[in-house]
Every structure is written in C-alpha cells, then in structure tokens.
Design a protein. Structure first.
Length: 267
C-alpha cells in the first residue's frame, strides 16, 4: 500500500499504465480511502479475497482471484471494458452497505482505540511526497516535516521565505538549514518528533525578525559570536556594516575577524 503513496512508483514505466496508478495521479491521493472490510485467519486469506472480488467487483482490481496474477496484463478488450466502466461507473447500494456495515461501531477493528504518537507520525509521513529536513546551524538533523506548507502553518508564515532558504542554501531565520533531502542518509537521525517539537517551533517564531545572521570567528577560526544581522554586528564590534558585508562575501579576514553567514566556515 505504501507504493500507492509514492509518486515515483506511480509514474514509473512499469506501473504508470495500471488503472489505479492513473487514477491516483489524476484525482489525487486524498480522493481515495483504505478501508478494511474483514479480518480473517491467514489460511483463509485467498479464499476470502476471491469472495470479495467476486461480490464487490472492484473497479480498479485487475486480478480475478485472490493470491494470483491471472489477467495481470490487459488485453485490448479488457482496456475497452475498463474505459467503458470508467464512464459508467456507479457504486452499487450493496457495495456501499457492505463497506458501511464493516465500519460500524464495534465491528470496526479500531473501535475504541487511538493512534499513539509514533504511529500517527508514521501515517503523516507516509502520506507526504515532499518531506523537508530541518537542521541546526551545525548541521544536526532536528526534525522531519511532511512539507514546506506544514512548517509554514506551524510557524505562522507563508512558504516563500522557506522555499527561498532551501533554494539559496542559506540559514532560515539565522539558525536553521532546511533541506529537501538528507545530508547524510546513513547517519542522520532526527532529534525530535514532528509531533513533539514545540520548543523548536517556538524558537522559530521568536526569530521571525532575523533575515540573515552574521557569525564572527577569530583568525584561527574559533567561534566568537553570532549576531542577528549586519547592523547589530556593526554596533557591537564598531566596524561599519559595509565592511562586514564586503568581507563576509569575500570570505577574507578583516581587523582580526572572519565574518560568515554560516556557522561552519567549511559549509
């Protein structure tokens, strides 16, 4: 099922011609639902699957029997039939009733239960095709968000500034790198859960006024201070902001200082 939530899988040459792939791409994942209509013993799975296929005649199901690959490849006749069904498709009252009954009250296997935070986070992430990875200024992975829009909503801003930071590889609000892929696939593990990163969100909101922070190092590249912008560095160090900006861009030392827009000089 996770493949159907993966756009790369749906558009691949091998799968793009499947009716379900075409439908998911055309109408969007949010127009579909996964509904469990029966639980049974494992030794009866194929038998029960065949029974439901026979009774419900599911439109997107290309198999005629449970646990087999019969009729996996469509003949021209099957393609014409699928096309006609797409135009005339109407879910029968019997089908609606069967699904409804399977989900009522205690008949629902999830009745009276709730997802724990880890399960909920997995569900959220599995539905996302555009995850973003938030790193600290020293490139420590902090948290994974489902999308730019999700983060924008959390910190009460629009997506433009976030996308700009991603595109330009700059620190967002002077403290965080936001990436569309992991910097180190093998080693990076998020420090926080998406559902339990309130302190991070709070700090991002508090830093909304910071556009581009300045980091100051000595000539041996030892970190000295971080300022919320060039003007603050100007006031604290007594060096004109034009000079700070110039030498930060040149990546050269000036009056015993090295200025940088990044926490690490070798970034």
């Amino acid at each position: 099922m996770s493949n159907y939530l993966n756009k790369s899988y749906l558009i691949s040459k091998k799968n793009s011609n499947m009716p379900i792939s075409k439908a998911l791409l055309k109408y969007g994942i949010d127009k579909f639902a996964l509904i469990i209509i029966e639980y049974t013993n494992s030794n009866l799975l194929y038998e029960r699957e065949s029974l439901w296929i026979s009774n419900l005649k599911p439109y997107y199901n290309i198999l005629k029997e449970g646990g087999t690959s019969i009729n996996y490849k469509h003949s021209d006749q099957t393609k014409l039939l699928l096309s006609k069904l797409a135009k005339d498709r109407v879910v029968s009252e019997e089908t609606k009733k069967a699904i409804s009954e399977a989900l009522k009250g205690e008949l629902n296997p999830f009745y009276g239960q709730t997802h724990d935070s880890k399960s909920l986070e997995k569900i959220i992430n599995s539905k996302s095709l555009s995850q973003i990875y938030i790193y600290s200024s020293v490139k420590e992975l902090l948290v994974i968000f489902p999308s730019v829009k999700t983060l924008a909503n959390k910190i009460k801003t629009n997506s433009t500034s976030i996308n700009k930071a991603i595109k330009n590889n700059t620190l967002f609000r002077g403290e965080w790198y936001i990436k569309k892929s992991l910097l180190n696939i093998e080693l990076d593990v998020p420090k926080f859960s998406y559902l339990s990163c309130d302190s991070l969100i709070e700090n991002m909101i508090k830093s909304s006024s910071i556009k581009q922070a300045i980091f100051v190092f000595d000539l041996n590249k030892n970190f000295l201070a971080k300022y919320t912008g060039i003007m603050e560095a100007d006031k604290k160090l007594g060096i004109r902001h034009e000079k700070i900006k110039k030498y930060a861009n040149l990546k050269l030392a000036y009056k015993g200082y090295i200025f940088s827009y990044h926490r690490l000089l070798d970034y």
